[in-house]
Design a protein around this ligand. Structure first.
Ligand code: NAD
Length: 267
């Protein structure tokens, strides 16, 4: 059994991850943390997740959790994620990162930490979305600049970053298919008199509302036709299941920075 710790275990994803581990016959819950002062510290992590109480009390000492865990899963916030990556490197504990909204600097800190441990990062741990990433790269490579690429996403009203990490990853996939740098063609926001659409741009549009778990569509629009690739997540459980699968995969792996493509064998 792999002993897995969950940092941010009282969050929406944290609770899903705790119950996924409680239902797994390959993993046990090593413990969970929330920041010091959180009202969840001292509560039973499994009971909070709606499972049978497991006698695992939520703590606020991340270092202690890394010390007793074989691997840790982190779906928190960017600032907490880089702190957890440094702890993973110090303790040699594998780390699975699902946090989105990470900056270039955050990513480079994750990659530095991955020199001393195993880090798996994905903006979206669903298998369907990772298939969509592969298809987007392929279709973008086949259809030329006559087809304008637009990426549309919708998420629940609580989401704090935009465009979603998955939408940006889809943009990266489309740009890779076209052999261009996303940074130089991305149109992340349009407002007011924007002028006509530049050929080769990759546009993003963001919708927020209700309890939508995560919808993503990549559109390829020419004068004559439109191709749309769509994925809709029905439950957060899909991300938790993918993150657990990724975490179990880290066992015995060489230090390094990995993505879902490595785990699913799409690379
Ligand atoms: P949430 O706000 O419900 O949960 C985040 C939790 O992290 C909170 O409980 C918070 O207290 C805790 N936290 C923050 N700093 C901490 C620290 N230093 N130590 C311990 N705990 C800390 O958010 P959520 O909806 O669960 O999403 C979390 C992140 O995961 C977001 O970035 C979201 O976009 C991302 N996400 C990724 C995927 C994926 O598949 N990669 C899927 C869903 C959500």
């Amino acid at each position: 059994m792999v002993k897995i710790g969950i940092v941010g275990c009282a969050g929406r994803m944290g609770r899903m991850l705790v119950s996924e581990i409680q239902n797994s016959d390959k993993a046990t819950l090593a413990g969970g943390t929330e920041p010091p002062g959180s009202p969840f510290v001292g509560q039973d992590a499994a009971a909070l997740a709606g499972a049978e109480p497991a006698g695992v009390v939520i703590g606020d000492d991340a270092e202690a959790l890394f010390d007793i865990s074989d691997a840790v899963i982190n779906f928190t916030a960017p600032a907490a994620t880089v702190v957890h990556a440094a702890l993973a490197a110090e303790t040699g504990t594998a780390l699975t990162v699902g946090t989105t909204g990470l900056s270039e600097n955050d990513f480079s800190q994750l990659k530095t930490a991955a020199e001393r441990t195993v880090i798996v990062q994905a903006a979206n741990f669903s298998i369907g979305v990772n298939l969509l990433l592969g298809l987007t790269e392929q279709v973008a490579g086949i259809l030329g600049d006559d087809y304008d690429i637009e990426i549309l996403e919708m998420h629940h009203r609580h989401k704090v970053d935009a465009p979603s990490g998955t939408a940006l990853a889809l943009g990266e996939a489309a740009a890779a298919g076209r052999r261009v740098d996303l940074g130089s063609v991305a149109q992340r926001v349009r407002d007011g008199i924007t002028g006509a659409r530049a050929s080769g741009d990759i546009g993003f549009a963001t919708l927020r509302g209700g309890g939508v778990v995560g919808d993503h569509t990549v559109l390829f629009a020419s004068e004559q036709e439109r191709v749309e690739l769509t994925h809709k997540a029905a439950s957060r459980a899909v991300f938790a299941a993918g993150a657990l699968r990724a975490t179990l995969w880290t066992e015995g792996r060489a230090n390094g920075y990995y993505t879902m493509r490595d785990i699913l064998g799409f690379s």
